[in-house]
Design a protein around this ligand. Structure first.
Ligand code: PEP
Ligand code: MG
Length: 584
């Protein structure tokens, strides 16, 4: 047996034979004479258009099989095939370097992908893989063999690959796909997103996977057998030829996970009420409308955070008002009669998008991010707000602005919202009431809360960024692990201050950072007076069970003492003890 570790990308356990999917390399490029340049550029334009057409058909196929969000991935790829930046750079390489259309498109895509990867953002690095995928498709058209080589899978197997282009992942036979193990890739790579949407266990970023499997296959061949692979999509573990003990452990984990999933669903209708009668409203964090169904099934009483970035990334132009309305309406319909909180676009700085150019910045997390973009591109937010107001004609909608630093930012947000509402009014377009609130994720916004809480309807603590900005610790830097615990007394102090300010202003307060879905930390939040917690769907059952087994009076006392603790470690120990009692 050999074990390797990667990143857990899609929950569940898979065990069985495996098949290596090694897509053929794209056709090789060549050189041209200068006189051929313009003809080659025209040939490239035609191939790009043909590739875009393929991708639109693939989008249609995936969407009509009940996965509209995944279908949108290929619509986005079609937009990449038509992206003027790719065409311009390719044409430059043809004219200036004498490359043929194949070499130019692959080279240009490589250059653009490197730029995306260099930004250090996981989401954008995943988009780099999409760009390479698109260029390979264009190159295949240029070489006269447009079809990608889809692997044959005659029996059920775990698919193993270095990386898996989303277009290939979408064409794998789903009924025979036991799981996915990738040497490259991240949690936000599209192959991982597809795996989650399809409910297929996946582990990505498993260094050394292909060499280890090749060795195991050679050894097994000598013994006249086929090696077996097992992956754990919750822990990120990968086992080659698991021994009996591991196989038993995985089997019992799989059985326990099945039982926990059934129990989570069975308990979904129970209120998250403490033993001494304090009710906590559990809400869902979602990133796409497709996540709504599972969140509702697990008992979310609304959406506390709808991250809208996915609607805006990977495209050449921003989504139209109607497209946004469609996405928001789907979520509103899924959660009715409960409220859906749409967060305005949180990009810029570290997440640039082609149609929102921003000057390069030395400290993107401290730069032109989120609502700060409104100074240069107010229409992006007004369009988003118009779509939200229109969605509000169909159910309860709230909108919150990210990265608010003070009363001036809050006023900017309220003005944008009023522009959107008044515009709809003037255009005679149906719309509804929208509750307007802010994310509390910059310490200053909490420290001066009294100066603007009277003008907004709610606040939502974004503890991920709040921790980063309070402790001056980059949220993505694994070397700073010791600072990454949101149970730090400094953060708790800011939560307590927010609760007091919200009470003074009589407005609603919730938490939508990861902290809310951490069952131990959730007890501290409730103890500090937070009664609305928003989290990813998978965390709902455990948080609900923990709250139902706990006493508010104990949580409140522990929270008061936690504010005086010297470290997050001490605070965590205190609440872990409470949680152990709750689950006993
Ligand atoms: C947060 O910062 O806590 C938050 C919920 O927003 P995001 O993680 O999207 O920045
Ligand atoms: Mg944030």
């Amino acid at each position: 047996m050999q074990s390797l570790t990667g990143t857990a990308a899609s929950s569940g356990i898979a065990r069985g034979p495996w098949i290596l999917v090694a897509p053929e390399p794209p056709p090789a490029g060549g050189r041209i004479d200068p006189g051929q340049a313009e003809g080659e550029i025209a040939r490239l334009a035609a191939a790009a258009e043909a590739a875009a057409g393929d991708l639109e058909r693939l989008a249609e196929r995936v969407s009509s099989s009940g996965h509209p969000d995944e279908g949108a991935i290929f619509d986005a790829q079609a937009a990449m095939a038509r992206d003027p930046a790719l065409a311009t750079l390719s044409a430059e390489r043809i004219r200036e370097r004498g490359e043929d259309a194949i070499a130019a498109t692959l080279g240009a895509a490589g250059e653009l992908a490197d730029q995306l990867r260099a930004l250090g953002d996981e989401l954008l690095a995943a988009r780099a893989a999409d760009l390479i995928d698109v260029a390979a498709r264009v190159a295949r058209h240029l070489a006269g063999r447009p079809e990608a080589d889809v692997p044959r899978m005659d029996e059920a197997a775990i698919v193993v690959a270095h990386d898996l282009a989303p277009s290939l992942a979408a064409t794998l036979p789903r009924q025979r796909l036991l799981g996915l193990a990738l040497e490259a890739g991240s949690k936000t790579a599209h192959a991982a997103i597809l795996a989650r949407a399809y409910g297929i266990p996946a582990v990505v970023g498993v260094a050394g996977l292909l060499v280890a499997l090749a060795d195991a296959a050679a050894g097994a061949h000598l013994e006249g057998r086929a090696p077996v692979l097992a992956i754990d999509g919750d822990s990120g573990e990968v086992f080659i030829d698991p021994d009996v003990a591991v196989a038993e452990r995985l089997a019992s984990r799989a059985a326990a996970a099945d039982a926990a999933a059934s129990r989570g669903l069975a308990e979904a209708a129970l209120p998250a009420v403490t033993r001494d009668g304090v009710e906590v409203v559990l809400l869902a964090n979602i990133g796409t409308p497709d996540e709504a169904a599972r969140s509702v099934a697990l008992g979310a009483r609304g959406v506390g955070l709808f991250r809208t970035e996915f609607l805006f990334l990977e495209r050449a132009t921003p989504p139209s008002e109607d497209e946004q309305l469609d996405a928001y309406r789907r979520v509103v319909a899924a959660f009715a009669p409960h409220p859906v909180t749409i967060r305005l676009l949180d990009v810029g700085g570290d997440k640039p998008i082609p149609y929102l150019p921003i000057e390069p910045e030395a400290n993107p997390f401290l730069g032109v991010r989120a609502l700060r973009l409104a100074a240069v591109r107010p229409e992006v937010f007004v369009t988003q707000l118009r779509a939200a107001y229109r969605a509000a004609a169909h159910g309860q909608v709230k909108v919150m602005a990210p990265m608010i630093a003070d009363a001036t930012d809050a006023a900017t947000f309220l003005e944008l919202a009023e522009r959107a509402r008044a515009g709809l009014e003037a255009d005679g377009i149906a719309h509804g009431e929208v509750a307007l609130g802010v994310m509390l994720e910059i310490p200053s916004a909490i420290l001066v809360a009294d100066s603007y809480f009277g003008r907004i309807a709610f606040g939502s603590l974004g503890t991920n960024d709040l921790l980063q900005y309070t402790l001056a610790v980059d949220r993505g830097n694994p070397q700073l692990e010791r600072y990454q615990d949101s149970l730090h007394p400094a953060l708790l102090g800011l939560v307590a201050r927010s609760v007091e300010a919200a009470e003074r202003a009589g407005i609603e307060l919730s938490v939508c950072g990861e902290m809310a879905g951490d069952a131990t930390a959730a007890l501290a939040l409730v103890g500090l007076g937070i009664t609305r917690l928003s989290m990813s769907a998978g965390s709902l059952p455990e948080v609900r069970r923990t709250i139902r087994g706990s006493d508010f009076a104990e949580m409140r006392m522990a929270a008061g003492e936690a504010l005086r603790e010297p470290s997050a470690v001490a605070v965590r120990a205190r609440f872990e003890a409470l949680r152990a009692g709750a689950l006993a």
